[in-house]
Design a protein around this ligand. Sequence first.
Ligand code: GDP
Ligand code: MN
Length: 390
Amino acid sequence: MDIHEYQCKELFRHYGVPVPDGNMAFSPDQAASVAEKIGGDRWVVKAQIHAGGRGKAGGVKVVNSCDEVRKITDHLIGSTLVTKQTGAQGKLVNRVLVEKAHNIDKEYYLGLVIDRLTQRITLIASEEGGMDIEEVAEKDPSKIISERVDPAVGLTDFQCRKIVSAINIEPKYFGSAVKLMRKLYRCFRDKDALSAEINPLALIDGERLVALDAKMSFDGNALHRQAEITDLRDLNEEDSKEVDASGHGLNYIALDGNVGCIVNGAGLAMAAMDVIDFYGERPANFLDVGGGASPDKIANAFRIVLEDPNVKVIMLNIFAGINRCDWIAEGIVQAIKDQEINMPIIIRLAGTNVELGWEIMEKSGLKYIRAEKLDDAAQKSVAALRELKS
Ligand code: GDP
Ligand code: MN
């Protein structure tokens, strides 16, 4: 789960990671009053969306008066920001962060991420921070250094100092940089984060290091014990189909292919996507209807899959253990009738009450393509799609 920059900075404040003075605003007036409260004569107005690359897309503006704060906020809120990370459709801006502006002397990169290969939290840093870190990673990877954290020991001062000197932070800032890293690590561990990124970590006004940008992502499987983080969820930022699905106990992830998938069990759903890909087409989604798939759940699964205009063919792959094929079949029949679906539907049923399931499908008089095995289902789905395409 992702959160907004302003929420992340709130969290940082709580943990003692230095951030600029600032606050979030929903409207131009609110933004101007935040600027007044902060004081000074220069502010930064930053669009709050769950995506980076805002600077280059016009989502971060430095201004010199409260009037300009108001104007820029008015321009940003309600606009769609297209950045390198949003995809072509962009993201709608609903709020901004207004902060005190500082003079930046140097921009560093600092991140923590769980490295799945080593199963370790890994500290990543670079002296070439700022808006082009992706390019640095591509063209000069030696400029990016990392340090693995042993979970039994935690992040040590020694490791922090090693990183700090490797990215050429001046020795007089060593102490504060090490403290900052340790606090970031503490926050990361406490909150079950998957990643934390400060880009840029900036040396400002020739005197101190602050997190000018802040981004964190949290483990969805740990949210049950992270009420404070769960409260930060902004459903506007998430795929509406995914939100809709989770409200009905379905696990749905939107993808970019043409074969809509309805499967029970996450492992089987992954396998189904792989086999479709193997035969040369792409799945339109991941969808796990879970264990006790009631007719209602199946109907919702169809509805959500069909909201995607790229879906041209639907493949159902049900292996009933806890489920029963007859219940599933009833759900399928009801959904196809209610939603007047008229695209190729490929069905594979196996497991508990499978004969009963097929019987219900036969009796319904509906048009569908029967498949015996996953492989067969994928091949028939791909064939049906190719026929439509030709
Ligand atoms: P991103 O492009 O979405 O990663 O947004 P950032 O928060 O990183 O902002 C982009 C750039 O705006 C930063 O790299 C800075 O150069 C600049 N910026 C952000 N905050 C300030 C500030 O307080 N003062 C000045 N002068 N520039 C800032
Ligand atoms: Mn940034």
